[in-house]
Design a binder for this molecule. Sequence first.
Ligand code: CU
Length: 654
Amino acid sequence: MTPLLFALLQIGLVSHSAPIHTHALPLSTAIANDNRVAAGRLARGVLTLDLEAREALWYPEESAGPAIQIVAFAEAGGPPRAPGPMIRVPAGTQMRITVRNTLSVPMRLWGLQDRSGSGLDSSVIVPGAVQIFQFRADIPGTFLYWGRTGVRPASTLPGAMKDALLSGAFIVDPAGVAPRKDERVLMISLFADTVTALGLKSARADQELQRELIVRERWFLATINGRSWPHTERLTYNLGDTVRWRVINASPAPHPMHLHGFYFDVHSRGDANRDTIYTPSRERKAVTEWMPAATTMAMTWIPTRPGNWVFHCHIVTHISDAARLPQVDKPSMANGHMNHAENAMAGLVVGLRVLPKGKFALAPQNSSRRRLRVFVTQREHAYGEQPGYSYILQEGPTPPAPDSLRIPSSTITLHQNEPTEITVVNVSKATATIHWHGIELESYYDGVGDWSGWNNYVAPPIAPGDSFVVRLTPQRAGTFIYHTHTNENTQLSSGLYGALIVLPPNGVADTTDRVFLLGIGGPGDSAHAVINGASTHPPIDLRAGVPRRFRFINISPLESHNVQLVSGGTVQSWRALAKDGADLSPQQAVSVPSTLQLHPGETYDFEVLRAKPESLTLRVSSPETIQVRRTFMAKGVLREALPRVTTEIPVTVR
Ligand SMILES: [Cu+2]
């Protein structure tokens, strides 16, 4: 048995406590927890906290939306909260937490423990029982606790059914350092039983949920601090603020969390039991950070350009409007116009508002801009019955035909510090947008239709037959992505993404010839992973002694890919250069084994330098098609063990 450093007392059934009513009593409403107030009473170095697990009603879309019956934590005498009360204490605090299980089922509780012991442990509290957890909050960091009432007692992850919100932040501040009032805690939950819970079915949900390979009768609702977009809290900042967030993934699924318009610095990564707080030389810049289930992150960023921005998950099904709860499928309108941002996304999106100084205005136009034209094209029956789309850069005097299709979409090459104007002409039949992923630009051009910009100066999505002029000046050279931010589930699978390469200014050789753009080749369930639009890749030639830059981009809707450079079965090393378009610090730009896990919305640059002629293989491992994965899951194969497809690209060094 694992030795536990915390005292654990099973008090047993409290016979005189109130009988458990799960149906007879009206359920109290769980309050969406914005995680601004620490729970319990802290006095003389001791935190006393009485928690109860209760049945509750949850309104993920505020009181106007439908209610879902969940189990939630409450402080004794207080309302249940979704997610549960935040525990936040200075290191060294003695914790005395009682947990009462008022539910009619046993609850397994994780995370109420010290962090210098061996591992994460759990204990089961039977119905009606109270358990006392006494331990010292010994190690500073960002952690979480959660209860499970579901049918998978072996799982060491937070739940996604009735217990999806039965979790809370657990933050330990360094002793003597008061928590900053402006710091925010964003907690991610995933409730995967919406259809059953509401007795509803949605055709859109049915169609889209197949991508996630969850049981067909379920549809999930992803929330941040207990609410789904557009009901998530708007966070407002001033120019130049240092924005401090702790992000906690209290869901059993991973989420690549992406910030628009700005890089953020990752200061720590942890889980329920360990937190690694980076020394300054290990801090990383990112626009997308992959957060596996039950992990945490501390991050900061500085808004230096005003307007509306978003922080969201880059897995399309986690922001799909198909996750909008069916009962309230009423579009929000303004002046007879459906608001695209509010209606076409749901789930894991946080709206950010950076206040302008004075009046919001676009930067003055520079007449000496480099000018490009990009067409959104559509061809019918490109993928069976379904149309294909592409972004085509006009390269001569003649614009591309509206029904031309380019797979993959054109690579757009820009130069650092060069003012550029890109006219996006939509000659397709679908409303489209372009988001310039990773580019530090003005909000108005960021590509989230009906959101990017400010108040009455908001950019609409680009309607069929319409066009939109984007002005940007790339701040740094690197590997970026441009892609649709509209109906992503369909459009991202159907071609509306491309590589966006920013070269250093003046006279630097073009290094765009080694771009590996990973996506999915079509909207259907039988679509394969593709590299640069194809399921195979031509051999790569390198010259001995000449360094080459390999640029990797993953813009798959929800698939992660693994990449290795191998020689005779042995994994080779390459030099890390950049992540998400930002150059790594000298301490981080070092030789590393080529075992890259590439998640949606991420880019990586590596330098490959081989001393002598040889033959190598670049191995890209991707998930099988949705169809194949579904077949295997139906046979009981675990998600982690689903089959993958490997593409082997010969690399010849001459
Ligand atoms: Cu996600």
